[in-house]
Design a protein. Sequence first.
Length: 684
Amino acid sequence: MNPYNYQEPVTERPELADREESVNEIEYYLNEATSGNLFNISITGERGIGKSSLMNIGQNIAEDLGLMQVDIPIGQLNTVDELEFYRGLFEEILSQGAKQEYIEESWLDSFKEAITGAEEEVSIGYSSTYFRIKSGSESASDLPRKQIIDDLKEIHGRVESPAIAIFIDEADLLIENRILFRKLYSIINNVEGFFMILSGNELAEAIPKSIAPLGQSFTTIELSEFEEQQFTKESLLKPLSDSEKSAFDQDSISDIHRITGGHPYEIKLVAHYMYKEYQLGSDSITIGSDILSDVVESLESIRGSKQERLFDKIEQLSDEQLRLLVYLLEITGVSEEWLVRYSLLKDISELSRQDIESRKQNRRRLLDQLEGLGIVEKSDNGLEFSGEIFDRLFLKYYAADQGVLDIDNFQPSRSRSPRQAVYSEIISQGFSESEFDYRFITKFDFIHDALPEKGEEGLIQWQTIHRTGEITVESGEWETILKWKVGEFFEENEDSIWFRCNLTWVPTGFLTKVILLDDYPEAKEHLKEQVNQLSSKLDILSYEFVLEDEMTLFKQSQRAFEQGKLDKAEELLKESIEVYPLFYPAWRNIGLIYSEREQNQSARVYYRMGLALGGKNTDIAELLAESYRADGLHNKGTEVLEESLTGEVARTNSILLKLSQIQLESGNLEEAIQSFKRYRNLIG
């Protein structure tokens, strides 16, 4: 049986993840209720966040404490007609009280007969009032508040329970009728022994608006996504047996946490289809591209009338429109100009300098189209995607399935990434669209992921450059002349100093050499001194100002590795990336050290960074795939290799050969043969 039932809430306390504090709070107030100290509670948060699960656990705790609990199915009650609403409320109280053996079943029978006029002597006076109003002998305006209060007091006086807890899930439906909710709240508060526990999407705002200034009489529990990856891991592994836990791909846990932003419903939804693939014969429980299509199909099957209209519109959008919507999922509640600039930053690797203005105009036009379709809304708070949680999920996974969204690098707005914070900072402080800003932004992600402190330092240095310095770059085929007009960095000379240098670059933009062209001793010594002081900052700014002899750490690590001194090599390499975090060979070699120790999961962290920093035309993809193969994760290994086929003959040959070996080992004979044929064709 698939343990990830995303359609049903949790019913048992041990199944919950990252909710212990909230459960303890509910338990505390329910304990207080056993001694007559009653508190109303509201549980709030967006759909799928776990409110219904927490309500279930609350009812279990109330039962264990000897409290009568009444679960009001608010969707089945008439919240427009006050007379019908209270009839339904009394029926639920009497029916559930009878089932829990707190109330005699004859009371429920008597109530049902009395509302039809078949019985005159009744325990609950409201039933007779209901019949008289329905038969026309009394006006509906005569519905007596005091009668309802007296009847509830009568019920509490008859039950052997210190208090009666009224649980109302989806309470937003009730609060839509503010007059009805205000009256119910007033009645419950005037009856000793009754209190309410409500859950809803927007109760933190809705309750105070409905019963102000008494809204503070509700104790509010706000639920949000799992902030820590450990809680996502907990929710994924708790339902599994020990053997299934061993089969769960550990890398997929971090992927799921990042992709879902720790949203409980979304975690279960994705995990459901991962487990389904495992049931059908997959080697491990892992996330792959095929899962995205399954999620899209699942979301399409549950869409309601409102979702259907929005889903249909999303499916008709162009790739450009979809991409702009994805940006809005990452950064929401921003101005139109902000989003336009953000989208330019995201696409920087694709832009030429001449295209910037036309791209801006095009993005503004696309936003107007999305607003006209009702998909984007503009307000004083900025731009918002008009859909709810299921619409957002559909948009995200549909865009990923269409190849528009890079799910491997997606970061939802609810879990604001360092990159998004930096983008916001840069745009708000005056994004100049200079080559310098672009280069800094495109590399910031990799730096911050690996070395957060250096990423923060880099932002400070970027701000300092904008305040005090000026950078211009002239590019040649293999040379670049860097002119740096220095402000506060050069303490020895307050005037502007210019150095002309030949710079040698590798494809990632890492500077391997700086040669001074102005040939006089004072300048050379001064340059070397300043480079030594500033290189750890300059590499963050994308202008890695490194003298030739500064590569000694890396060279020393290579010698240590060749001599079999792995610990020493690792130490030197980590020192090297502290100084020059963008140098992908260092990341690759640390991964190799972990592979030698058979610590493949750790190795993969470094291989991925090496790939991201520019090692796509190296052997890093094969090393990463081999680490998956060594752990029995053949599907993951083939995915890496297939994504790394670049078209460069030498590299493609090697990748295809490795791909065919892994496919053969995993039993995919036909695919292995095809890959090997491609390899043979290329080598002639």
